[in-house]
Design a protein. Structure first.
Length: 179
């Protein structure tokens, strides 16, 4: 016989609000298989494909082809579902799995962005090109400022000259005659 104040052993403890409902399940996650490394990465539900690609590509070994996009594939050969950069990753249920697609998977169709390659030499070349563009942009900016100052001084000189000469041009009095 049970006492009133006790709960049976198989009963779940009440929640914080006193309700005896089931405890909240752990937050769901999604697993994405990286085709380059063969590793499975876990992401929280609602993660965008862009962030997942960034996280996967960042952990690739040098020389491994970068992931271009994520797609959900089914084992029975059904058409895969591709995720765009701002799409949230989703689980389509039993039989579907998420995996990355690399340039080696579909040659000639996909083109990796120049900064997406994680090879050390390519990274250095990308940093050098960014530094060159930054230096060029700074030089153009300084040249525009110098040119603006030159025009300001020319305009100021023109106004000064006009203020000195204009009163003499507007004088209408005849010159005094000699006796």
């Amino acid at each position: 016989m049970e006492r009133r104040g006790q709960q049976p052993e198989d009963a779940e403890p009440p929640g914080k609000d006193g309700a005896g409902g089931p405890p909240t399940p752990p937050p769901p996650f999604l697993e994405v298989t990286c085709r380059s490394s063969g590793k499975v990465r876990r992401f929280a539900a609602g993660t965008t494909a862009r962030y997942a690609l960034h996280a996967i590509n960042r952990k690739l070994e040098p020389g491994a082809p970068p992931a271009l996009h994520v797609e959900a594939i089914r084992d029975d050969g059904e058409e895969p579902v591709s995720f765009g950069p701002s799409a949230a990753l989703a689980d389509y249920g039993r039989g579907w799995r998420l995996q990355t697609v690399t340039a080696h998977d579909a040659p000639g169709i996909h083109h990796a962005p120049p900064l997406a390659d994680t090879k050390r030499g390519d990274t250095r070349a990308a940093k050098d090109s960014v530094a060159r563009e930054t230096t060029r942009g700074t030089s153009v900016y300084i040249a525009k400022i110098v040119l603006a100052f030159v025009f300001i001084f020319l305009l100021g000189g023109l106004f000064t000259y006009m203020l000195e000469v204009l009163p003499d041009m507007l004088q209408t009095e005849p010159a005094p005659e000699s006796l």
